[in-house]
Design a protein around this ligand. Structure first.
Ligand code: AMP
Ligand code: MG
Length: 326
């Protein structure tokens, strides 16, 4: 697969439209228009709309491909949810003129069950809590074949382009192709540059990134690991898979995600890591779970065989795993 393949062109087109859509909603609704799902996690007008748009683009070009995405329209179709379905339809209509409520629900439901051989996985808004706070979020799409992520595309509309200008231009699109490298572009797909992870060899000099949410990762344990590695700089907390992007750019050297004591048996979901992991790996990084096992994208939606996530620049991987498992 190369950059001119239909998979890449379609994924790029879909992600660019979805990210423009999400930015518009974040600007207009500013935290309104969300509901709590049965697992108490929030879902917004943007999650549903982004999924509808991306699934429609992919299904049109790849009618036989499976898409495994985070949302479905069950809640949205309930009589009480018109306050969400109505704006989802209205906003999607601005981007896809033949959108109706029925069609939007049908596009969302192109997402189906897990399959093994070849499928797309999508998190239409990763870091919904960040999105609602006006912070970081990502639109993350990946293509997986026989358990191997082949293509990853991630839009981070709020991520600064240049770390030295955190208040400067925002909006990054990350593209990674297996064996071909990892790249950053602007949100229109221009200004492409190749990414590479940090060359740090001394753990004490590195920056750790971790989730903002204390329920998503064990911040206290991360701190203990940092002490073991003589890392004095406080961790950079960031929502969404944007964390993989900043490791790929070499700004952070480590991304730690040890399960939180509030949910020690939590199993990570494939759409939360497929895209990010190829972006870090193709920039020269290494991604495993906390025991050093490769991430398992071949068993189902939940990564049952993995415990937490560790991302490094490769050079420091063994040292970090050792510090985690003392
Ligand atoms: P982050 O922005 O890094 O905190 O990651 C956001 C993702 O964390 C969401 O997309 C959820 O799927 C996922 N998540 C939800 N609950 C947990 C949990 N208990 N532990 C780890 N991740 C979780
Ligand atoms: Mg997510």
């Amino acid at each position: 697969m190369d950059e001119s393949s239909l998979e890449v062109v379609t994924a790029l087109q879909a992600t660019i439209v979805a990210s423009t859509f999400c930015q518009k909603i974040q600007k207009d609704l500013a935290g309104h228009g969300s509901i709590l799902k049965s697992d108490r996690s929030p879902v917004t007008v943007a999650d549903f709309g982004s999924q509808a748009i991306i699934c429609k683009f992919i299904r049109e070009k790849f009618p036989n491909d499976t898409i495994v995405a985070e949302e479905d329209s069950t809640e949205l179709r309930k009589p009480g949810y018109s306050k969400i379905l109505e704006p989802v339809t209205r906003y999607v209509h601005d981007f896809i003129p033949d959108a109706s409520s029925e069609k939007v629900c049908a596009w969302i439901d192109y997402s189906s069950h897990f399959t093994k051989v070849r499928f797309w996985t999508l998190d239409p808004i990763d870091g919904t809590k960040g999105f609602l706070r006006g912070g970081q979020y990502a639109i993350a799409l990946a293509l997986i074949e026989n358990g191997i992520v082949k293509l990853g595309l991630m839009a981070c509309p709020n991520l600064y382009v240049d770390k030295d200008q955190p208040d400067g231009k925002r909006g990054c699109l990350f593209l990674a192709l297996r064996g071909k490298g990892s790249f950053q572009m602007d949100l229109e797909g221009g200004h492409k540059r190749r990414l590479s992870v940090s060359k740090a060899e001394n753990p004490s000099e590195v920056l750790i990134t971790e989730s903002v949410e204390p329920d998503h990762a064990d911040h206290l344990f991360h701190q203990r690991v940092a002490q073991r590695l003589n890392i004095l700089t406080p961790s950079l907390r960031m929502d969404s898979q944007a964390k993989y992007g900043i490791v790929a750019r070499g700004e952070a050297t480590l991304y730690l995600r040890v399960p939180s004591p509030s949910e020690p048996d939590y199993r990570e979901k494939i759409w939360d890591h497929a895209t990010g992991s190829i972006i870090a790996e193709e920039a020269g990084g290494k991604v495993t779970d906390t025991l050093g096992n490769p991430l398992d994208f071949s068993s189902g939606i939940k990564m049952e065989r993995n415990h937490g996530i560790v991302v490094t620049n490769g050079i420091l991987h063994a040292v970090v795993l050792k510090a985690l498992n003392l």
